[in-house]
Design a protein around this ligand. Structure first.
Ligand SMILES: [Zn+2]
Length: 447
């Protein structure tokens, strides 16, 4: 219960308290957790504001008479992620956020609470994400959204930009933000641990404690999901994708070209992508309970433009195919005015000639692949999404896999669970064939 004016403010959640922050112009008011109990607290909010060059001073709520009525609304909602910006003339702007714990705040960051009725469409203005942009494309099947997210990893300070696509705006925001959290968490992990020092981890096969070192040779699967086991599954799919691609390219083995996909692609891709590129779907059979597919795009406008290679993996083949379509849009990186940005041709004539020859090589490479029809591919049965299936797969003569949790207080676990799966397999040296067709050509879009 809080007194202000001469009235009492009834709060259903006793751990929350109202605050008033005086800004350079106007005020910011809301409810926040007591720092000794949970996050976000008012300190988190002030620190995020300061990060955006907005200094604020907390004033006594009794000295704030401008819009006392708003406290009643706040009390009714009892949500520390909602605040009102009140300008000097009393007009208010309601902000619906998902507020992150601020890394330098001393509140109970471990006990970070998500907004009730959480949605990925909420504002992330109080978080390490400094920019989120969404753009919508139209395909015969419906809409395809592309979101771009930007921000600096909390510990390493590395600038990270990620993309996500989806059939709804929220879906694409979710994917882009999850990607960002995975990359930021990995960047911090590599920054915070010293080489040669053992780092505690969990053995995926044996479920026991184990140790890893930063410099261990490995392939890394990065997963995000609603909880630890869902994130671990995602990390398994990611690991399979990288491992399969590395095996194919190091053994100079061709994938299978998917034919009869013209109409299917036409229905799912924005028109400009079909105008600018010739697309090929690739299928990479592998021994794990997960399908790996890829797409190659060759510019129709510039014979010396770099081809696009993207990949995805999932136990359900349709989901994997949808995923890879989304990744083509991310890889084309159209600008966010909705126009496509054709990849500029290489200017140097010698370079240009080499690029042209390489493209010719890739075209031959594609046509050397054996073929499967899209119908046949789509009829592949789904594997169950089950961690036990993966455990028995990796127990059966496969190299060891260690799991490392990726969440820190900076990347709240309740928002999304993060896991690294580290496969301990010495890398086979890549064959030297002018760097053509080896994993180097794919790695740019592995992640
Ligand atoms: Zn705090």
């Amino acid at each position: 219960m809080w007194l202000f004016g001469n009235r009492k403010l009834e709060l259903s959640n006793a751990e929350l308290r109202p605050y008033v922050l005086k800004l350079k112009e106007g005020y910011l008011i809301g409810l926040a957790y007591l720092p000794s109990i949970a996050s976000p607290c008012v300190g988190c909010i002030q620190k995020w504001l300061l990060d955006r060059q907005i200094p604020s001073t907390e004033i006594d709520i009794e000295d704030f008479k401008l819009r006392e009525d708003l406290f009643k609304k706040l009390a009714e909602e009892s949500n520390p992620h909602i605040c009102y910006e009140v300008s000097a003339d009393g007009t208010e702007t309601r902000l619906e956020n998902c507020i992150f714990p601020h890394p330098s705040c001393d509140c109970q960051k471990e006990n970070h609470q998500l907004p009730p009725n959480f949605s990925w469409n909420l504002s992330f203005a109080f978080s390490p994400l400094t920019q989120i942009k969404c753009v919508r494309y139209t395909t015969p099947m419906g809409h395809l959204w592309l979101t771009s997210v930007n921000g600096k990893a909390v510990e390493s300070g590395q600038s990270i930009r990620t993309y996500g696509t989806g059939v709804s705006k929220e879906d694409s925001r979710k994917r882009a933000i999850e990607e960002w959290l995975k990359k930021a968490s990995l960047s911090d992990f590599q920054f915070m641990h010293l080489p040669k020092r053992p780092i505690p981890a969990e053995s995926f096969q044996n479920l026991g404690a184990t140790q890893i070192r930063l410099e261990d040779p490995l392939l890394l699967g990065n997963g995000a999901g609603a909880d630890y086991s869902k994130a671990t599954l995602q990390a398994m799919y990611d690991l399979t994708k990288k491992r399969t691609l590395e095996r194919y390219s190091n053994n100079l083995k061709n994938p299978i070209l998917v034919v009869g996909s013209h109409a299917w692609l036409r229905n799912r891709m924005p028109f400009f992508m079909l105008q600018e590129y010739d697309w090929y779907i690739l299928f990479y059979p592998n021994s794990s309970p997960c399908w790996v597919v890829g797409m190659a795009g060759f510019s129709r406008l510039h014979s010396d433009a770099k081809p696009i290679f993207v990949f995805d993996s999932h136990p359900n083949i349709e989901t994997a195919l949808d995923g890879v379509i989304g990744k083509t849009l991310e890889a084309c990186r159209p600008d966010f005015d909705g126009n496509s940005k054709p990849i500029a041709p290489v200017s140097d004539s010698e370079e240009s000639e080499r690029a042209r020859q390489k493209n010719l090589w890739w075209t031959h490479w594609i046509y050397r692949c054996s073929k499967i029809s899209l119908k046949e591919l789509q009829s592949m049965e789904s594997y169950t999404e089950d961690l036990e299936l993966w455990r028995s797969y990796y127990r059966d003569g496969q190299p060891g896999v260690s799991l490392v949790p990726g969440n820190t207080t900076a990347y709240p676990r309740k928002l999304v669970s993060l896991v690294q799966a580290r496969l301990h397999e010495a890398k086979a040296p890549a064959p030297k064939v002018f760097g053509i067709g080896t994993s180097r050509d794919f790695q740019a879009n592995w992640n």
